[in-house]
Design a protein around this ligand. Structure first.
Ligand SMILES: [Zn+2]
Length: 259
C-alpha cells in the first residue's frame, strides 16, 4: 500500500538518481551530437580519439572527471579533446538542477528529457548547421506523449501549435528567399518550432521567437564587439537560440505584458 511519505521518498530517490545520471547522459549526448554532425552511425561504434583513432577506455569516459584529469588531452596522443564534450556534460546536469528548482517533482523527468533533447539539437546545429529530423521528431513525439497523458484536453491546441509554428517559419523562410535571393532560414528551424509546440502549445510560440531572435541578435552584437565580421556568407545557427526560447517558455511560461 502506498503512503504519502513513501511516495515522497520515492520521488526524492528518483530525483537523486536523475541528478547522478545526468552527466553520463550528457556524455552520451556529446557522442550522439558529434556523430550526427559528422554523419556517422550513432550506436554501432566504440568511442575513439578524434586524432589517433584509439579506442577510449572506461577511465577516459567518466563524465567531467576524465576531461579534468586528462587536462583536455588524449591520454595516448596528446591531441585536444573537443571542449564541447565536458560543456554538454555539465549542461546536462544544469538542466536537471534548474528543472528541480522550477517544475513540480512529477514533471522533473519530462523536463530533463526536453532539456537534453534541446542540448543535443543545439550542439549538432552549432557543429553542422543542421537540425536532424531524428531529434526533432523525438522532441515532437515525446511532447505529444506527455500532453496526451498529463493534459489530454490540451492536445488540440498543442497540435494546432505544431502546424502554426512550422507554417510561420516556413513562410518567413520562403519570403526571405523571394526578397533576398538566398536562404536565410533553414527548414530545420521551422520543424523545430513546430515540434516545440507539442510541449508548450501555440501560446508559447511568439515568446520562443522573440527570445530566439533577441538572443541571436545579442550574440551577433557581442561577437562583433569581439572583432568577428559577419556577412551573408557566414551563417549563424539559429537552432540554439530557438532552443533557449523553448526551454525558458517551458520553465516559466510565455512572456506576458504588464503585471
Ligand atoms: Zn589520441
Amino acid at each position: 500500500m502506498f503512503t504519502t511519505s513513501g511516495l515522497r521518498r520515492g520521488v526524492r530517490l528518483a530525483s537523486a538518481f536523475l541528478i547522478v545520471c545526468s552527466p553520463f547522459v550528457g556524455s552520451f549526448l556529446g557522442l550522439l551530437a558529434t556523430r550526427m554532425s559528422l554523419g556517422r552511425p550513432v550506436l554501432t561504434m566504440r568511442s575513439r580519439c578524434d586524432h589517433c583513432d584509439s579506442v577510449l577506455s572506461i577511465a577516459d569516459l567518466v563524465p567531467i572527471v576524465s576531461w579534468v584529469g586528462l587536462r583536455g588531452k588524449c591520454r595516448l596522443c596528446g591531441g585536444s579533446i573537443d571542449p564541447a564534450l565536458p560543456i554538454i556534460e555539465v549542461a546536462a546536469l544544469v538542466v536537471v538542477l534548474w528543472s528541480a528548482l522550477v517544475v513540480p517533482p512529477a514533471l522533473l523527468w519530462p523536463s530533463a528529457l526536453l532539456g537534453w533533447l534541446l542540448l543535443a539539437l543545439s550542439m549538432v546545429d552549432i557543429k553542422a548547421f543542421r537540425l536532424p529530423d531524428t531529434l526533432t521528431c523525438t522532441l515532437f513525439a515525446t511532447g505529444l506523449t506527455l500532453t496526451w497523458f498529463a493534459y489530454p484536453e490540451q492536445l488540440p491546441s498543442h497540435l494546432m501549435g505544431a502546424v502554426l509554428g512550422f507554417s510561420a517559419l516556413y513562410a518567413i523562410g520562403r519570403l526571405f528567399r523571394a526578397v533576398r535571393g538566398y536562404d536565410g532560414l533553414g527548414l530545420g528551424d521551422a520543424k523545430l518550432l513546430g515540434a516545440s509546440a507539442a510541449w508548450i502549445s501555440w501560446e508559447g510560440l511568439p515568446s520562443v521567437l522573440l527570445v530566439g531572435a533577441t538572443s541571436a541578435l545579442f550574440w551577433i552584437l557581442l561577437t562583433r564587439l569581439a572583432g568577428r565580421r559577419w556577412d551573408r556568407h557566414r551563417p549563424i545557427p539559429f537552432g540554439p537560440f530557438l532552443c533557449l526560447g523553448i526551454w525558458l517558455v517551458w520553465l516559466y511560461g510565455p512572456l506576458t505584458w504588464g503585471v
